[in-house]
Write a protein that binds this ligand. Structure first.
Ligand code: GLV
Length: 328
């Protein structure tokens, strides 16, 4: 009987999808620390055909250590940690797990905004120390919410906000051609191609753009200055979308109502400047990159990863979530 093909899975990802990965009977799974050096040496020593990776950044030896036509399977949707040039020059295939996390990330985005508006976390802490007092919060219903990036997650969020909470949803998008369809299906009432116009109206603004060189520091000093001074920013996309020093400054100076952040320029979070630490501010809500991290969603992502690996082994490329296919 021939040996089952070896697939490397970065340790933290294996733990997230353990029950699904343990049920995989067509492959031999080997767990590896997520750093590039460990992965690269294990790829060579095991002759693995595929590597399942998380959000970490891989810049160098990983790619040359993959076999020709090998598969890099992202457990998740963003692939900003992967060097697409290296994928191409080393004849590799790259997949991700789209759609299965849209609702989960959209839900967290709403929950984080809810925390900014009603502060249940802060009240819980106060109640636990015996304090019974409160100041008024704010309704979500009736607010205008600007969605930056109307991809799968942005549109799912729009649907939840409009049809579930009665929010007026507006969105930013270069191409305005399907505005009517977006309004009907997702409740996005108005599409703007200009950030300043959208920012003038938004009470809450959330980011759902892919991270790349064009979107780096999308939210910067200039854009923050265009936002309403009592508005909120929610980022469940990627840390690099926001210039954290610029955001800290406006929050500290009271020029923005508040911010909810699930993703950071440095993960685990280290402030970009030691004196500009979000943890010292009152008007922020912080979570440790948990956008897609629910039991249900990690199971769905693990299943999707396995499906991509099996299709890859069977040569069924058309059934895979291909980001790039440079196999030859
Ligand atoms: C998580 O951040 C992902 O890219 O899926």
């Amino acid at each position: 009987m021939s040996e089952k093909p070896v697939v490397l899975i970065s340790e933290s990802i294996y733990d997230k999808g353990k029950s699904i990965f343990d049920s995989a009977d067509r492959i031999q799974i080997k767990r590896v620390p997520p750093d590039e050096k460990s992965l690269s040496s294990k790829l060579k020593s095991t002759q693995a055909v595929a590597a399942v990776l998380g959000v970490e950044k891989y810049i160098d030896t990983l790619y040359q250590s993959m076999p020709n036509n090998g598969l890099i399977a992202r457990f998740g949707v963003g692939y900003d940690g992967i060097d697409l040039h290296q994928i191409k020059s080393n004849n590799l295939v790259l997949t991700n797990t789209p759609e299965v996390l849209d609702t989960t990330v959209a839900e967290l985005t709403v929950f984080m905004a809810a925390e900014l508006l009603r502060k249940s976390g802060k009240y819980t802490a106060r109640m636990k120390s015996g304090i019974w007092n409160s100041t008024p919060g704010m309704d979500l219903s009736g607010k205008t919410w600007g969605i930056i990036g109307l991809g799968n997650i942005g549109l799912q969020l729009s649907k939840i906000l409009h049809f579930g909470f009665g929010v007026r949803v507006i969105g930013l998008k270069r191409d305005l051609s399907n505005a009517e369809e977006l309004k009907e299906t997702y409740g996005t009432s108005q599409i703007f191609s200009d950030f300043d116009e959208l920012a003038k109206q938004a009470d809450i603004l959330s980011l759902h753009l892919p991270a790349n060189q064009h979107t780096h520091h999308f939210i910067n000093n200039e854009k923050l200055a265009k936002m309403k001074t009592d508005s909120f920013l929610v980022n469940t996309g990627r840390g690099s979308l926001v210039d954290e020093i610029a955001l800290y400054n406006v929050l500290h100076q009271g020029k923005l109502g508040g911010a909810a952040l699930d993703v950071y320029e440095n993960e685990p979070y280290i402030p970009m400047h030691p004196e500009k630490d979000f943890r010292n501010l009152d008007n922020v809500v912080l979570t440790p990159h948990i956008g897609s991290y629910t039991h249900e969603c990690t199971d769905r992502m693990a299943k999707r990863v396995l499906q991509n690996i099996y299709c890859f082994l069977d040569g069924k490329y058309e059934e895979m979530d291909l980001v790039v296919n440079n196999s030859i």
